[in-house]
Write a protein that binds this ligand. Structure first.
Ligand code: DX5
Ligand code: ZN
Length: 214
């Protein structure tokens, strides 16, 4: 399977959001990655339901919704209703992970668990078989445009081997600091999905940037 590319809309030009989303819609990108931040779980505030709903109207590509919000269980049903295809919550943000995974499973969309760089991979152990995707953060969640943290490579190896041990089809998504200097290594170590914000939207040619990551 070739790697999937999920441009992070956080790095788009918000004054020209429909233009940027249309470019992604027509591009070779696979998913839209939508970063929802609440100013509590992370120090930054990005956007919420209205933007996700608006983007839903202009694309049929899967919406990969990354919730960086505290107690995400409060909002799962809302994000399902507005048309998310994948809902990812942080392992650090909730004590109700089983409940959340059940909520998402009931709606027959896909679930994801995101894990920050300082959280041990073994915290995921009990969830690997219950979740469709693990979002391995390459930076500390909260802001676009940060430098990729090198230890993510070792964490990817550890996560890949955990998934293999469980013999599970769980996908691995890498989020944060992804560009054309680390994409090949990430793919060779087993990444299935690469999220990229700045690298794609700050490039002169969005389509070229997407194909260079593939
Ligand atoms: C970070 C977000 C990422 C971010 C990626 O909190 O979850 O999705 O937008 O942006 P870049 O590629 O610029 O690191
Ligand atoms: Zn993200």
């Amino acid at each position: 399977m070739s790697v999937k590319i999920a441009p992070s809309i956080l790095a788009a030009d918000f004054a020209n959001l429909s233009r940027d989303c249309e470019i992604i819609d027509k591009s070779a990108a696979d998913w839209f990655h939508l970063d929802v931040m609440d100013g509590i779980f992370v120090p930054n505030i990005s956007f919420g339901m209205p933007i996700v709903s608006a983007i839903r109207k202009i694309t049929r590509k899967p919406l990969d919704v990354h919730l960086m919000i505290t107690e995400p269980e409060r909002y799962i049903n809302k994000f399902v209703e507005i048309g998310s295809d994948i809902i990812t919550v942080h392992i650090e943000a909730t004590s109700k992970m089983d409940h959340i995974l059940n909520q998402i499973a009931k709606s027959s969309i896909k679930s994801g668990i995101a894990i920050n760089p300082d959280t041990p991979i073994n915290k995921l152990e009990n969830y690997i078989e219950k979740v469709d995707l693990i979002c391995l953060m390459g930076v500390h969640a909260g802001f676009g445009g940060q430098m990729f943290i090198e230890k993510t490579f070792d964490r990817l190896v550890e996560l890949k081997s955990l998934i293999k041990t469980k013999n599970s089809p769980t996908l691995i998504e890498i989020d944060g600091g992804v560009d054309n200097t680390n994409n090949e290594k990430l793919k060779s170590l087993g990444a299935d999905v690469l999220v990229a914000g700045s690298y794609i939207f700050k490039s002169k040619d969005i389509n070229k940037a997407i194909s260079s990551l593939k």
